[in-house]
Design a protein around this ligand. Structure first.
Ligand code: FES
Length: 81
């Protein structure tokens, strides 16, 4: 299974974070150890939503962009009007 990268600035993967959480580290400690969220900041909100105080690590909407599709399989949008 491919690794899911959470922080591209510091190459921190989902597995890295979950391993550290299992070791008893807090998200703040993980940020300090890895740089998570301290580069461009683009991953900070996702990390907070997944593993922060009120986070939900099983929320799939933060792994994939929630783009609505027509599921027709064509990959082409209709321009009927
Ligand atoms: S992607 Fe994590 S700080 Fe830029």
């Amino acid at each position: 299974m491919a690794e899911i990268t959470i922080c591209y600035c510091f190459n921190v993967t989902k597995a890295d974070i979950e391993k550290r959480l299992a070791e008893g580290k807090s998200l703040d400690e993980i940020r300090a150890d890895t740089g998570l969220g301290w580069g461009c900041g683009g991953c900070a909100r996702m990390a907070e939503k997944l593993w922060g105080e009120n986070g939900d690590p099983n929320d799939p909407s933060f792994y994939f962009n929630a783009v609505e599709t027509d599921n027709s399989g064509t990959g082409v949008e209709s321009d009927a009007d």
